[in-house]
Design a protein around this ligand. Structure first.
Ligand code: PA5
Ligand code: NI
Length: 188
C-alpha cells in the first residue's frame, strides 16, 4: 500500500454563512501590519494600523492534508473589506513554488476579483461573485482583491506539493492595482 493510501478519509464543516471552517488544522490570521510595502500609499497603511488597531486583513483555514504529491490541499480564504487610501484590500499573493501547478477558487460570498500575472509580465483578472469559479493556471501568480463591503470568501484547491512563493511577489509586485473611486471599481 502506498503512503498516500495510509491517509484516512475525513470531512470538514465549512460555514457558508460566515466563511469559517470548523476545527481547522491551521488558522492563519494575517494582520494589516504585515502588509507593509504591498500597497501604493504606505502612509495610509500606517494611519489605518494606528487608527483601527491593526485590523485583521484576511484569514485562511486549512484542514490537515500532507503537502505531498497525490494529495489535494484545500482551504477557505476570507479577505475582509477595506481600503488603504482608495486601494482595495488584497491578499499578499504568490506564485506556487512548483510553478507548473494550478489552483481553483470557488467564490462563496462577497465580491471582488482575482489578479493574476506571469513571470514575463502578462496580467489578467477575473471577477469573483458567489458561485463563480476562477481558475489560476500553472505559472500564474494570484492575488484576491475585495471590492465590496463584506468579506470575500473563497474555497481553494491546489496540488498539495505546490508550495507558496511569496518572495518573488514582494520583489515584483503586481502590474495592476484595484481602487474604489467615486464609488466605482477602477483597475489600472
Ligand atoms: O493557496 C492559495 O492560493 C490561497 O489559499 C491563499 O493562500 C489565500 O487566499 C491567502 O493568500 P496568500 O497566500 O497570497 O496570502
Ligand atoms: Ni495559490
Amino acid at each position: 500500500m502506498s503512503r498516500a493510501a495510509d491517509f484516512k478519509p475525513f470531512g470538514v464543516d465549512i460555514s457558508l454563512d460566515d466563511g469559517t471552517m470548523t476545527d481547522p488544522d491551521t488558522h492563519r490570521i494575517v494582520k494589516t501590519s504585515t502588509m507593509h510595502g504591498y500597497y501604493l500609499d504606505e502612509t495610509a497603511l500606517e494611519r489605518l494600523i494606528e487608527e483601527h488597531g491593526d485590523p485583521v486583513h484576511y484569514e485562511v483555514f486549512e484542514p490537515k492534508i500532507p503537502e505531498q504529491d497525490g494529495h489535494v490541499r484545500t482551504c477557505i480564504s476570507k479577505l475582509y473589506p477595506g481600503r488603504v487610501g482608495d486601494e482595495c484590500f488584497f491578499t499578499k499573493g504568490h506564485y506556487h513554488t512548483k510553478l507548473h501547478t494550478a489552483e481553483t477558487y470557488l467564490c462563496i460570498s462577497g465580491e471582488g476579483l482575482m489578479l493574476m500575472k506571469t513571470r514575463d509580465g502578462e496580467c489578467a483578472w477575473e471577477p469573483f461573485r458567489p458561485g463563480r469559479m476562477v481558475y489560476a493556471p500553472p505559472c500564474w501568480a494570484h492575488r484576491s482583491v475585495n471590492t465590496g463591503d463584506a468579506p470575500l470568501v473563497s474555497f481553494c484547491n491546489y496540488p498539495a506539493d505546490a508550495g507558496h512563493n511569496y518572495g518573488d511577489i514582494v520583489d515584483e509586485g503586481f502590474p495592476m492595482r484595484v481602487f474604489i473611486r467615486d464609488g466605482e471599481v477602477v483597475i489600472e
